[in-house]
Design a protein around this ligand. Sequence first.
Ligand code: NAP
Ligand code: HSE
Length: 427
Amino acid sequence: MKVALLGGGVVGSQVASLLQAGTADFAARSGEHLELVGVAVRDTSKVRPGIPAELLTSDAAGLVARGDLDIVVEVMGGIEPARELILAAIKNGASVVTANKALMATHGAELTAAADEAGVDLFYEASVAGAIPLLRPLRESLAGDKVQRVLGIVNGTTNYMLTKMDEQGASYDDVLAEAQRLGYAEADPTADVGGADSAAKAAILATLAFHTNVTIDDVYCEGITEVSQADIEAAREMGFVIKLLAIAELNSDETGVVVRVHPAMVARTHPLASVRDAFNAVFVQAESAGEMMFYGRGAGGAPTASAVLGDLVAAARNRFNRTRSHRPTPYAALQARPIGEARTCYAVAIDVEDRPGVLATIATMFAENGVSIKTVRQDGQEAGALLNVRTHVATEADLSKTVDALRGLEVVKQIAGVTRVEEADES
Ligand code: NAP
Ligand code: HSE
């Protein structure tokens, strides 16, 4: 079978070299020899270990148009020309493997429909959580269950950064540069730190988990750009660590899904707290199966290439057997619901006047807006007090009303911080 590679960077160069190094094994596993016939890049003059120079071309459209390709592997990234090239490959009868979460979270429905119409496979395991087998388990192993919640750390770059900032006090800029050097970051790393990369992955996970089309535009997104060393230290003092979480869950009446990405405090005893460096971990909560955790390397050339090659073998096997895999169908058609319907716990830090009755007034505001307080800690300050209020689960809408009401109180000098808290026992 003839295989073309679109992209020969961090992931593409690993796919090319592992594919060529394992020729005999891949033939035995697929049923047929897999021959790499071309690699499209922008700059053909760059030396690329693992990619024979004679395979390089800067004419990606020409490569895809050959007409004799069995499988096209897209690891160039971005929306265009990746989308047009994949559509052209599909139209020419090739199956497609992609690692492109930005594309799948934006045009996934269009590409899936095109592959379905052409009768070819479209696989994208590497687009979420690097090496970790996650999309196939969701699509196949859990097809007999009802997923209720998906929660995890799905961006290696930011997890690497937060780990180094927490454990070594490293500076944000230094650790971002290191994550880029290690090949974890996107070509434009603002997608990592701004949360868009996690949001794209959350949309893909939600689409598969809830049998519903969810795009990146449906995902509430906050990244780690506002997380300071002071926030990390404050969390540490309370026994927490800050993680960038992606969460997709059914809303309370199960008519919709709320999908969100934001930093959250996680207790150091929570399993997610021990997910360090560029590792990812995703919990899936399903009605019959209960809770499952998927853990592994979430970024980097070789780990991602492992997932790409797994899809490549799966696509090759299907072609060998003249079949294809069942495509995910969005039959449930749940609504994407706004962040106000999300439910979680919070830590609210409030600068207040230190005089009798203040605590009661503050507590009343929480109660009046339907937010139940779990703990309160008061620390003295020069001209007042800092109240650290931790809540039980509340909706974002109720918490937001509470914060607005607190801001209007004469005894409140300022809201010093509002942080979401992921409690293991309160979801
Ligand atoms: P990368 O190192 O920037 O490589 C991109 C490759 O695509 C380069 O070889 C580049 O050519 C080529 N390319 C880009 N635009 C092109 C165009 N218009 N025509 C021809 N070639 C083009 O990126 P990467 O880290 O390998 O990531 C690739 C994809 O995998 C992205 O979708 C990314 O989100 C996804 N992914 C990456 C990781 C990871 O850990 N890195 C993990 C999971 C998924 P030049 O080399 O000539 O510039
Ligand atoms: N930039 C991404 C990350 C690559 O850091 O997780 C893996 O998708």
